[in-house]
Ligand binder design. Structure first.
Ligand SMILES: Nc1ncnc2c1ncn2[C@@H]1O[C@H](COP(=O)(O)OP(=O)(O)O)[C@@H](O)[C@H]1O
Ligand SMILES: [Mg+2]
Length: 266
């Protein structure tokens, strides 16, 4: 059989930013991820939806080197997560190497986890200065730019306790961006927010998407997924049940489980 019309990622020069092949993850005897296959292209906004407990956060944590997978292959920007391949052998990376790779991936959680004793500006400056050893002046200049970008230029001197949840979440996004990641992971970034604060956070994420950031977004905001998402995966019980363009999956789900889930959240 010849497949003349197929162009491989390598042939087009755009290898996937994230590639999961048969990824399995267990905690003890609990089998959580049961063979996840998916690809996230560079500059793509990839939305991940599914019921609570289906393994969405676990999958993000595997991408971010916070959990080790038990079987399959998982790579970010062409490099295996947690391993180095030489020939056909895999070697586990040292903790220091894992930490270095983790810096390329920004993560924003449901809870903002800002340092309470630091101002917004100091929160955003912290990692570049402490982890990367950057000079304070340039870290400060970037932090000011990033706070401006998330609409909080006038809040640079505020402590987290002086900011709303939505503002804190935007500082958390700026803080993740300060390390100049090539991939951003969002784990239900607006779920803990009062409804009237959700829009500002989604606007910041929409801006990031327009600037070409590769993003995986676990969310229950179906409007965001439909308008901003390039791809959408519905996950249930550790497997990808259905995937496609967000508009197609959301308006015309093919599987009963997807239909049932969407009928509860839409
Ligand atoms: N560190 C852990 N140890 C044991 N079980 C875990 C751990 N992390 C997650 N789980 C379990 O894995 C399942 C999937 O969790 P999670 O990935 O958080 O789902 P989701 O984000 O889709 O709600 C849940 O049953 C959860 O209890
Ligand atoms: Mg979760």
């Amino acid at each position: 059989m010849t497949t003349t019309s197929m162009t491989t990622p390598a042939a087009t020069g755009s290898r996937p930013m994230v590639k999961a092949e048969g990824v399995h993850k267990s905690f003890g005897t609990a089998h959580i991820l049961k063979g996840i296959d998916l690809e996230v292209a560079p500059r793509e906004v990839f939305c991940l939806i599914g019921p609570s407990g289906s393994g969405k956060s676990t999958f993000l944590r595997c991408i971010n080197h916070l959990e080790k997978i038990n079987a399959g292959r998982l790579s970010v920007d062409g490099e295996l997560v947690g391993y180095r391949q030489r020939g056909d052998k895999l070697y586990e990376l040292k903790d220091s190497e894992v930490a270095r790779k983790r810096r390329d991936i920004g993560m924003v959680f449901q809870r903002f986890n800002l340092f309470p004793h630091m101002t917004a500006l100091e929160n955003v400056m912290e990692a570049p200065v402490q982890v990367r050893g950057e000079a304070k002046a340039s870290a400060r200049a970037r932090a000011e730019r990033l706070l401006d970008r998330v609409g909080l230029a006038d809040r640079a001197g505020n402590y987290p306790s002086q900011l709303s949840g939505g503002q804190q979440q935007r500082v958390a996004i700026a803080r993740a961006l300060a390390m100049e990641p090539k991939l951003m992971l969002f784990d239900e970034p607006t779920s803990a927010l009062d409804p009237e604060l959700v829009g500002d956070v989604l606007d910041v994420m929409r801006g990031l998407a327009e600037d070409g950031m590769t993003m995986i977004v676990v969310t229950h905001e179906m409007g965001f997924a439909r308008e901003v998402g390039d791809a959408l995966v519905f996950m249930d019980d550790g497997v990808v049940v259905e995937s496609g363009h967000p508009r197609d999956v959301l308006t015309n789900p093919q599987h009963e489980r997807t239909k049932s889930f969407l009928s509860k959240v839409l």
